[in-house]
Design a protein. Sequence first.
Length: 226
Amino acid sequence: MGGGGDSRIPSILRENINSALPPECPFWIDVVVRTYSFDPRKAWTQIESWIEELRPDLIAGESLGSLNAIRIKGLPHVLVSPSLNAPLYLGYLAPLALIPGVTWLFDRIYRPKEGDRQKLHFTFNTLRKYPALRKAALANSPLNGSKDSFYAFFGTRDHYRRSGIVSLRTYRKYFGDSYAVYDGTHFMEEEFVLSMLVPKIISTLGLVPVRTSEALHTPGAQEAPL
C-alpha cells in the first residue's frame, strides 16, 4: 500500500483484515507498506523494485499515493481519496520554490507529524516532475484503454474536494462509476476502513468477507500480499 503521511489505514488493515476472513479460508493477507521518495522519479524506481520483489496481488493507494498506485499495471487497484489533481497544483507551485525561503516555508508547513512515514521536501526539481507522474498514471486508466480494475472511496467531508485536488468529476472521467462515498474526511476513519475498505479489498482478491454466507475454498494456504 502507498499513501500520504497519515499512517492509520495501514495499521488498521494489518490489525483487522485477516480477522475479516472466514475461519476456513486458507489464505492470509499480508499488508505491505513501503516508504518511497517524494521525488516521483526516484519513487518509481523504488516502487518497480518492490513490485518485482513482492509480486503483490492487489495495489492500494491513498491520497497523493494513489497516483503511483494507479501507474502500476496489471493488478487490481483500490484507492482512498485519490488526489488525481494534486500533481497539477504541485507543478504550478514549482516556480515558486525558486524564490529564496519558499522551500523552507513549505517544508515547515508540511513538516512530518508523529507517525508520518514520509518527509516532504518541496524543491523546484521535485515539484516540476509531478505533472508527468499524473500523465503516466492516467495513461493506465480505462479511459485510455487500461484493462485493470479500479475502485475508489471518497469522503463527503474531504476538505481537498473544495479546491479540486480531490475531484469526483475527474475520477469519473477516467475511471467511470467504480467508486463509493463515505460520510467522513480525507483520511478515511476507522469505522469506514472496517466496514467498507476491508470488505472491498477482500472481495477484490477473490475471497469472501466473514460476514457473507459462503467462503472461498482453495486447497493449500498462501499469502496474498497487498
